[in-house]
Design a protein around this ligand. Sequence first.
Ligand code: 5AD
Ligand code: SF4
Length: 450
Amino acid sequence: MKSFKILTFGCQMNEHDSEKLAGLLKAEGYSESERLEDAGLVLLNTCSIREKAEQKFYSALGKLRELKKQNPSMKIAVSGCIAQQEGKSMLRRAPYIDILFGNQNIDKLPSLIEESAGGTAIDTRFTDGYEHTAIPASRESAVAAFVNIMYGCDNFCTYCVVPFVRGRERSRRPGDIIREVEELVKSGCREVTLLGQNVNSYGKPVITPPLSPSYLKRGMNEKNCNFPELLKEINAIDGLLRIRFVTSHPKDLSGSLIGAMANLPKVCNAIHLPLQSASDSVLGRMNRKYTFTDYMNRLGALRDAVPDLAVSTDIIAGFPGETEEDFQATISALEDIRFDGIFAFKYSNRPNTAALKLPGHLPEDVRDERLYKVLELQDKIMQEKISARIGLVEEALVEGPDKSGEMGRLTGKTRQGKIVNFEGPPELVGRLVRVKVIEGRKHSLAGVLI
Ligand code: 5AD
Ligand code: SF4
């Protein structure tokens, strides 16, 4: 029996790529193993966004090497952003890898497996224009699904490796996206999260395969549409209850997107809007193309238009040249804005990026200390914000049984995107319910059905 196990590192884009890779393997007759040790093929889908992500991968790879020594027939495959970044040179460090492929070669996995019978099989070419629609994703949840709307990034923030590992920005055709969502809804999906490195700039260059019949049927022209227009189309799909999206670049948060979020009933009141820093000089050197005032103006307009908006962000502590004053500006911004969630990182050098050559790289202890201060402050803010929700009635979409495995308990998400667990019968899965919040924990709420 052919079996596999996939370990995924990194972002939601990678999580969804893993769902596609699992779908491909299942279509080839593979079954998913619970335990790593039992898998005939172990695939590491990697992330290279920060040094730490890379270290995690190499330590997992080292452990796999030991397993392979005991079970030489086990195949090791490596995909994702580190595979793309390192290419063949990874084999110098780890010659025992059987299969190595990049982000735009996901569809090649079955043929690479065959090829690997004769030695390591590699494909890390950029094939720009590759369309993922045809891959049957094996999705984690039947109720809430990821859907790619675009790939790659053209922004070249000076710290970021993504343009080098995910390539230029390409948008999928609206008709193909709509058809995928319609099919998901037919199979019971009720919520989609639209994925892209910068969804707000959706609709620039389209990718190249011929128009799908559903695209023609809807009479949409070949010119493509922009993100707010895409949201409107998806909002019109019968049976779909909710729409989310990640990630938004503040510079592209347009008035029409704010309007779409305010007026389209299925679009949830949540946004991930990476600030990175509140100092204009740091933002300039990051090549973010907005000032702190721009950010605040847009966020203000969005908060005015969308009631009870949840806002989360990314912060980089200790970017090259960040002074104590720059850092304090970020701390004050966190106090003023009071984000609902934050992903904070200390600056990390990445290959090929422009920040490597910037002056004023800061010592690790300064970066660590600043990161600690950001996290400490945000912890306090989040505690306060979570406590403020106790007693409120939230609309939750029920996704399945509570992951803790406790009998009779269900898990769902509020419109703001917070996990909420409560007691209830399994028939509620896929339905919207009303839940009164009785307890707020760091990463989830507990509630009772009302
Ligand atoms: N160092 C630290 N954080 C980084 N990020 C991206 N590149 C780096 C880097 N070199 C963070 C940014 C981005 C998030 C996905 O990861 O905050 O928004
Ligand atoms: Fe995702 Fe970027 Fe990490 Fe690649 S490098 S997995 S795109 S976060």
